[in-house]
Ligand binder design. Structure first.
Ligand SMILES: [Zn+2]
Length: 190
């Protein structure tokens, strides 16, 4: 198990290096201080490890809930697909640290949905614990794979992801933020 973990970590670090190289012609970090870049490099590797862990956790949840309906299994499989897609996108994203956007009045971090190449970090992001930073990056990465901000579940363990405002939970970014913080919970999985 430990060996496997080291293998995954090495793989993630090399993916991260590859991603940095991809940005050599442009800039992976915009307006970020040296200290912020160090933090972001760590949080990015940790976020990828977290997404990797969640992908396996979905299989474990399906296996340990044999009475789950076909529909609920399908939703979980879709969520797993979104996690895989996010794992592919996250190392290719850059970061902006100027924190000047109007979105920063209400957000810790934001991304210009599917077409963005940058996750934008707001002043409040830097006040978060490392775990919360990771959960924010996971949330933002899933927007690259089509999730919405229909509802927010990420802040408290009581606010379990559910279908909301016409969107299935697996299509809502904050489902993955919740999962990164509190583990996989969803309709039928309690
Ligand atoms: Zn969002």
């Amino acid at each position: 198990m430990k060996k496997e973990f080291i293998f995954i970590l090495t793989l993630l670090i090399s993916l991260n290096i590859a991603a940095k190289e991809e940005f050599s012609s442009t800039q992976k970090f915009k307006e970020c201080s040296g200290e912020e870049i160090v933090i972001l490099n760590s949080r990015q590797v940790e976020s990828m490890a977290k997404i990797h862990e969640l992908i396996s956790q979905v299989d474990i949840q399906i296996a340990s809930h044999p009475d789950l309906s076909a529909k609920r299994q399908k939703s979980l499989k879709k969520a797993q697909e979104i996690l895989r897609c996010s794992l592919e996108h996250l190392p290719k994203l850059g970061y902006t640290c100027d924190g000047l956007s109007r979105h920063c009045r209400t957000s810790e971090a934001w991304i210009n949905w599917r077409f963005a190449r940058y996750i934008n970090l707001c002043p409040d992001f830097w006040k978060l614990s490392p775990e919360r930073m990771v959960s924010d990056l996971v949330h933002e990465a899933t927007h690259k794979c089509g999730t919405t901000d229909a509802c927010y579940f990420g802040a408290s363990p009581d606010s379990i992801p559910h279908n909301c405002k016409g969107f299935a939970y697996q299509h809502i970014g904050s489902t993955y933020q919740y999962w990164a913080l509190f583990g996989i919970k969803a309709p039928g999985l309690f």
